[in-house]
Design a protein around this ligand. Structure first.
Ligand SMILES: [Zn+2]
Length: 122
């Protein structure tokens, strides 16, 4: 922790999804940068996401890219439109379909905890 205002998220071992919001143009981005990808303004504000969203696309992976992921085959990679308005790639249940309402939890994958989406209880 450098004191730069970065929130802990799953990439640093905290069970949270963090996104960035640009204070100048309002752009939201999931990949953390020191600047806004849309307008270039520095220091976008980091916010914690609710973990709720809608499935935008799914892709079932049937071939392992690395030995560590082989035990998980087949697994689903999903693109999620988060309710906050940004889009993120994550893992999800194999039976998810486009437009399903989903919520995130965190599941072990290849030695780390990753965001994992399942159908929201409705
Ligand atoms: Zn911007």
């Amino acid at each position: 922790m450098s004191g730069s205002g970065r929130l802990g998220d799953w990439t640093t071992g905290t069970e949270a999804i963090v996104y960035q919001a640009c204070g100048s143009c309002g752009n939201l981005q999931y990949f953390r940068r020191s600047f806004c990808a849309a307008c270039g303004a520095p220091d976008p504000v980091e916010k914690r996401a609710s973990g709720e969203g809608t499935v935008y696309a799914t892709s079932l992976v049937c071939r392992a890219a690395t030995p560590e992921t082989r035990a998980h085959i087949p697994y689903n990679i999903v693109l999620i439109d988060a309710s906050e308005g940004f889009r993120m790639m994550a893992h999800g249940d194999n039976d998810l379909a486009i437009d399903d309402r989903v919520t995130a939890r965190f599941a072990p994958f290849a030695g780390r905890l990753v965001p994992y989406f399942a159908k929201a209880q409705s």
